[in-house]
Design a protein around this ligand. Structure first.
Ligand SMILES: Nc1ncnc2c1ncn2[C@@H]1O[C@H](COP(=O)(O)OP(=O)(O)O)[C@@H](O)[C@H]1O
Ligand SMILES: [Mg+2]
Length: 389
């Protein structure tokens, strides 16, 4: 029985969405194979564990919930594979500090401080197997500017864009608006570079709206991307699963925006006809077969060039008139791990979780083959001549 720490919440504006994704993973995990350990990360970044975390209704009052939980920490000590209760305390009648054994970590974070490579870096240092993309795939997948620069370098179809720093803009706002208008055509989308769930994103059809849009975006990030809008777009998303070159693609979905574009409201707050609250989506997406193939191939390419692992969802925008396909973004930890895109292919959420944990263990083994030492007499030499290089 593998002990799997499922982590969710986090210092992110997508904190709430992650709680739902995390609990969905625990609910659908095969309890004969895995012992799920819920680890909730508060908005302040502190880690908590406790069985009361398993009941979604307890999140109506998080301060009271946390009173029934215990703080834990993961020391970045390679191979320790233990969550220690914090403040550290001794086991009853023992000199040993009290801890929980963990075999694999299953991060279910969305956004900053969890989907952006930071947590993945800690797991790398702790040398513990973890689900999903590593530091590089997570970080490049999160930063929309770096992501688009890499897509451009690989000649992937993307819209025209430019980016700037909040500080630059604040130095001379009018000059920045002039620059943007000289490079891009309206309508435009303004986005914080490192965010998600459509938070902080606005569409601008003229200079006034552009100004307002930037004023909102700089609230969330020091780095801003502005891009041309795809005219009358159809949104199509596709998930990729696998490790290295051994990849599979899911069916494509078409989420249906109710507003001008797919907003946070659309993504999480709408009531599906007679169904639970979630995005209205069409699976498979109502597009020609050859377009589906084109998107699935592009999705695989994106997954590989960002060196992703496990599973991701890649989002596309199709111009309805020309059916031209643009890669919009990747989500390396998508909502609900996009289980609904694999289910029609006969891969249940439970099976999907199995696969992701297997990939995590497999990738950990592959990393362990790397040499992290190099035979050299440099220090012996330095002992004689001092630290000058
Ligand atoms: N260039 C664009 N053209 C048209 N619609 C866009 C464009 N960029 C974003 N959108 C709309 O905004 C939504 C959110 O943008 P996205 O880049 O996916 O950010 P997030 O990471 O917050 O999901 C998209 O789902 C789409 O509806
Ligand atoms: Mg998106």
């Amino acid at each position: 029985m593998l002990k799997v720490a499922v982590m969710f919440g986090g210092k992110s504006v997508e904190h709430e969405v992650s709680i739902i994704t995390g609990l969905q993973v625990i609910e659908n995990m095969n309890k004969e194979k895995y012992e799920p350990i819920p680890v909730y990360v508060g908005r302040d970044g502190r880690w908590y564990t406790g069985k009361d975390l398993l009941d979604i209704s307890n999140y109506k009052d998080i301060p009271s919930l946390l009173k029934k939980c215990e703080q834990v920490v993961l020391p970045p000590v390679p191979g320790l594979n233990k969550l220690y209760y914090y403040p550290f305390r001794k086991k009853f009648m023992s000199k040993e500090y009290d801890y929980i054994d963990v075999d694999v970590i299953f991060p279910a974070f969305h956004g900053t401080h969890g989907e952006d490579g930071t947590m993945q870096g800690l797991f790398q240092l702790a040398n513990i197997p973890y689900v999903g993309s590593g530091v590089v795939g997570s970080a490049t997948g999160m930063d929309k500017v770096i992501m688009k620069d890499i897509f451009k370098a690989n000649n992937l179809p993307i819209v025209n864009y430019l980016w700037f720093l909040r500080k630059e803009y604040e130095k001379n706002k009018e000059a920045m608006l002039d620059l943007i208008e000289s490079k891009l055509k309206y309508p435009m989308f303004v986005k914080p570079a490192n965010l998600g769930s459509s938070i902080g994103i606005s569409k601008a059809k003229n200079r006034d709206e552009l100004f307002d849009a930037i004023e909102i975006a700089i609230y969330y990030d020091r780095k801003i991307i502005v891009e041309e809008a795809v005219k009358d777009p159809m949104e199509v998303n596709c998930s990729v699963m696998g490790i290295d070159r051994d990849l599979e693609v899911s069916l494509c979905e078409m989420p249906v925006p109710w507003e001008e574009f797919l907003s946070y409201q659309d993504k999480y707050m709408r009531k599906e006809k007679g169904g639970k609250g979630s995005t209205t989506r069409q699976i498979p997406a109502p597009i020609p077969e050859e377009k589906t193939k084109e998107i699935q191939e592009l999705a695989k390419k994106v997954f590989q060039i960002l060196d992703c692992s496990g599973l991701a969802r890649i989002d596309f925008l199709l111009e309805k008139e020309t059916m031209k396909v643009y890669v919009n973004e990747i989500n390396t930890i998508p909502g609900s791990f996009a289980f609904y895109l694999w289910k029609p292919l006969g891969i249940s959420f439970e099976k999907l979780i199995d696969r992701l944990i297997e990939y995590a263990v497999e990738r950990h083994k592959e990393y362990a083959r790397n040499m992290y030492t190099f035979e050299t007499t440099l220090l012996l030499k330095a002992a004689d001549r001092g630290t000058k290089m």
